[in-house]
Design a protein around this ligand. Structure first.
Ligand code: PEP
Ligand code: MG
Length: 906
């Protein structure tokens, strides 16, 4: 769940806004805690002022607050009344500090105007550099710097940037003019251009601007400034920024600040440079200074790719066998200064920093510092190293790691350097990357596997019948279904990469092809899917193996010591169970027994059971299933030695097990010696318009108690076998699904107890077990007090609880939930992260009511939310005892539970 944006807290928000202060010079920012300052001034603004406070060389400037941005939108994109005067005052202060004047023809102050939200949104919003240049000030700049080429180069850069950002004139207009000019002059590099060349191009630029906008390029420096401020505010709501916010759960109401800062120039000659650096390696986490710089260049040249940036350190230069001198070698004095500053910054912020700097005539200026973005691997290494270096505490280290990122360490991932031919995008339903031959049928996937081939199972959507194919395939791709669709849930459980709901793909099962945007992909063609990003690619894309290093287990050990929530897993096969146990699961929170019904050997008996016309026949068929179920349970109990195992009795409607194709019907009819017509009649009888709300869950057992009786017998007999074999016993927790009334549970608990008694008597053995229920219907949550009278535990089935509370089908939500998120109705898909205000309220109520009757009642969650970090935080605070999630999310849950505990302490 996206965190509610922290209100800009008291001291800061109330003070400046009540006094109507919208602008702060970097050296005059208010006193407040770090987060409140970031909220008000944006990350960049807050850090600039902090760098000044710790006496680092920062060019003077000021920040227009995020509150001003919000006010700007409130006032229909006009500025608050007092803003103009405040900006003018702040400019005066900058002029005084730097001893230059804004718009002055002989000694002009030039500024950069940059966005700066609370968290960094790299490249999403707009920036204008060299603002304050016009036909007069450019002359002053040329004289003052004694460098006409530099002055006119700066002016043309400003015109290009300003026209693009503020006047909406496309880049290519200018690039074409420059290219033509260079061709005519016969030069290739910008550095070969002279003052007169730029002067001439500036003339052409201005003509082009007039042609495109109908107006002259503004010469008034104040008009330039206000144009740029407005453009930065507006860029908060451009499409790029909106998409970035959505992907990163950044609330729109945060707004962006605007930083206006006096320019320093890295492009005034060979004693000038500009660069970016990380205080540690952001990809590996290695504790070594890492960065790039360019001599005689302006900021954007480093990232623009026209000139190849050089290494900052000699070590990196030697490693990359580069001949171009490193900064350490070319500017040793400034380099030394930079090293001292980066060390100071890292110590001060107690985190790896991403810094930007400029050297102007051998003087070093710091333009930015912020927490550096890093890979999951680096994030773990840096956190562990910083604890060892006594820079941060273990709690801080645990909070520094984004649990969701761990997923990338547990599965093979795409090689970031690989070339990709992306043909479609769906939901990142189950992380990891997989490559294989396209196959449309589960049976074919299985066959391919037996022949030693890898496949990707491509389905409209999957159903329980496809399980074997999903298991045999390397990955699963569906065109329908959301994050909790069958494909998504099962794939995550199996640790298979899965992309679900890739809506642009159209499958033609008959011709064994799928079409997407004019392209046709045939059965047998190789595709790659990335379940961490939702991308679907043609061909093989190289992957890299997960590397779970020593640091990973160190972090996990710290997390385990910290957390109070237990972590269980949703698993039903011995393989899943083993994976989960290896990942640190402390029991099974959900064993979905229906998956055990689909095995080839037993489906026939299951179908026989369903087709039976009376109880006697049904019981006979069930007797045949019993040994299979018993063996399944023995295997699971063995793997989970000593740990709790929650076994959920049959949940889905019976028709899911029936044959579907004519071929299948014919073969079942033959084996069972009944007519195809009879099978078709039974299929018709069992048909439901709305099976999710139909004859499923405990309702099946109310109608056909013998099904649950068989399952309980299998569980208890399995326990007896384990006991006989001296295998450390588990205490099974028998879970009844889809209960809405106390009476249902009362009846079914009596059934479980009856079977337990029978088995105990038969073997003269005492068996310990618990009986409980899922809370997955609103009525059950509302009626939890009464229900708890018959329950030893509750497990929240938040997949169904979300579906039934919101009245939104979990399988169809993918089609429109995006619109709800885009319209800000939901901050995030409620099937992914718990809907705190709705479903969450029901969970809390049920916990309280359950505890009122039975203070010892065990409380857990087994819906998909059990593996989502924000939902885990919610579960911790709601007082749950455990969360249960798919095996590959167990490490994520361990860390999230620790984070929840740490946060709740503060
Ligand atoms: C649930 O509804 O949350 C649940 C775990 O059960 P299933 O997904 O099997 O319906
Ligand atoms: Mg359910």
């Amino acid at each position: 769940m996206a965190k509610k944006p922290k209100k800009i807290t008291s001291s800061v928000k109330s003070k400046p806004s009540s006094k109507g202060i919208w602008v702060y010079n970097f050296e005059d920012t208010p006193k407040a805690d770090k987060q409140s300052l970031k909220n008000l001034l944006g990350g960049k603004g807050a850090n600039l002022s902090e760098m000044i406070r710790i006496k680092l060389p920062v060019p003077p400037g000021f920040t227009i607050t995020t509150a001003a941005c919000n006010e700007f939108y409130k006032l229909n994109q006009t500025y608050p009344a007092s803003l103009k005067n405040q900006v003018n005052e702040s400019i005066k202060k900058v002029e005084k500090k730097i001893k230059k004047k804004f718009g002055d023809a002989s000694n002009p102050l030039l500024v950069s105007v940059r966005s700066g939200a609370r968290v960094s949104m790299p490249g999403m919003m707009d920036t204008v550099l060299n603002l304050g240049l016009n036909d007069k000030t450019v002359v002053g700049l040329a004289k003052k710097t004694n460098n006409e080429t530099f002055a006119y180069d700066s002016y043309r850069r400003f015109i290009q940037m300003y026209s693009n950002v503020v006047l909406n004139v496309d880049h290519h207009n200018f690039e074409d003019l420059i290219e033509n000019y260079k061709l005519t002059k016969g030069v290739v590099l910008d550095t070969e251009m002279e003052a007169n060349d730029w002067k001439s191009l500036i003339g052409s630029f201005r003509e082009q601007i007039k042609k495109e906008t109908g107006k002259d390029f503004p010469q008034d420096v104040n008009a330039q400034l206000w144009g740029a401020i407005g453009a930065v505010f507006q860029s908060w709501k451009n499409q790029r920024a909106k998409t970035y916010r959505k992907l990163n759960n950044i609330p729109e109401e945060w707004g962006t600040a605007v930083n206006v800062q006096s320019m320093v120039f890295g492009n005034m000659g060979d004693d000038c440079a500009t660069g970016v650096a990380f205080t540690r390696n952001p990809s590996t986490g290695e504790n070594s200074f890492y960065g790039e710089y360019l001599i005689n260049a302006q900021g954007e040249d480093v990232v623009a790719g026209i000139r190849t940036p050089q290494n900052i350190t000699k070590k990196a230069r030697l490693e990359s066998s580069s001949k171009a001198l490193s900064m350490e070698e070319s500017m040793p004095k400034v380099y030394k200064e930079l090293v001292a500053i980066y060390k100071k910054l890292e110590k001060h912020y107690r985190d790896m920093q991403d810094i930007e700097f400029t050297v102007e005539n051998n003087k070093l200026w710091m333009l930015q510092t912020r927490s550096g973005k890093r890979t999951a691997k680096a994030s773990i290494k840096i956190a562990v190293d910083m604890v060892k270096e006594k820079l941060i505490t273990k709690d801080e280290a645990l909070l520094r790691i984004d649990p969701k990122m761990l997923a990338t360490l547990l599965h093979p991932t795409l090689d970031p350097k690989a070339v990709k031919d992306v043909i479609a995008r769906g939901l990142p339903a189950s992380p990891g990357a997989a490559t294989g031959r396209v196959t449309f049928l589960a049976d074919d996937a299985e066959q391919l596997k037996s022949q030693g081939h890898k496949s990707i199972l491509v389905r409209q959507e999957t159903s329980p019948e496809d399980i074997h194919g999903m298991n045999a395939a390397e990955g699963i791709l569906t065109c329908r279904g959301g994050m909790t669709s069958h494909a998504a849930v099962v794939a995550r459980g199996m640790g298979r990469p899965c992309v679900s709901g890739a809506g642009t793909i159209q499958i033609d099962y008959k011709n064994k092809v799928f079409r997407v945007n004019e392209r046709v992909i045939k059965e047998g063609d190789i595709i790659t899917i990335d379940g961490s990003t939702g991308e679907v690619m043609v061909g093989e894309v190289t992957t890299i193996k997960p590397d779970i290093s020593g640091d990973f287990s160190t972090i996990m050990a710290w997390a385990d010591k910290t957390r109070t929530l237990k972590i269980r897993t949703n698993a039903e096969t011995p393989l899943d169970t083993k994976v989960a146990r290896d990942f640190g699961a402390e029991g099974i929170g959900l064993c979905r027994t229906e998956h055990m019904f689909f095995d080839e050997e037993r489906i026939l008996y299951v179908r026989q059971m369903i087709l039976s016309k009376n109880t006697e026949d049904r019981s006979k068929a069930l007797k045949n299933i019993l040994p299979f179920q018993k063996k399944d349970f023995i295997d699971i109990f063995k793997t989970m030695r000593g740990l709790p195992v929650t076994v959920r009795l049959l949940d889905p409607p019976l028709h899911e097990f029936l044959p579907k194709s004519e071929k299948e019907i014919a073969s079942v009819a033959k084996i069972l010696n009944i007519s195809e017509q009879e099978i078709n009649n039974r299929i018709n009888d069992l048909h439901e318009e709305n099976p999710m709300l139909g004859h499923r869950g405990c309702r099946l057992a109310i109608s056909y108690p013998e099904i649950y009786e068989m399952q309980c017998e299998a569980i208890f007999e399995a326990l007896v076998e384990c006991r006989k074999a001296k295998i450390q016993s588990v205490i099974p927790e028998i879970m009844i699904p889809l209960v809405s009334t106390a009476k249902e549970l009362e009846i079914l608990r009596t059934l479980v107890d009856k079977i337990a008694n029978q088995v105990q008597k038969k073997y003269s053995i005492k068996i310990d077990y618990l009986v409980g229920t899922m809370i997955e219907l609103p009525r059950a949550a509302l009626n939890a007090y009464e229900i708890s009278k018959h329950a030893d535990f509750f497990s929240f089935g938040t997949n169904d609880l979300t579906q039934t509370t919101l009245g939104i089908s979990r399988d169809d939500s993918g089609k429109f939930l995006d619109d709800y998120v885009n319209s800000n109705i939901f901050k995030i898909d409620p099937f992914v992260s718990i809907d705190v205000d709705g479903v969450g309220q029901l969970v809390k109520l049920a916990c309280e009511s359950g505890k009122k009757y039975n203070s010892k009642i065990k409380l857990g969650i087994c819906g998909e939310h059990g593996g989502d970090p924000d939902s885990i935080d919610f579960c911790h605070n709601a007082g749950l005892n455990y969360v249960s999630c798919s095996p590959y999310r167990v490490p994520i849950a361990r860390l999230s539970a620790a984070q929840a505990k740490i946060k709740s302490k503060h």
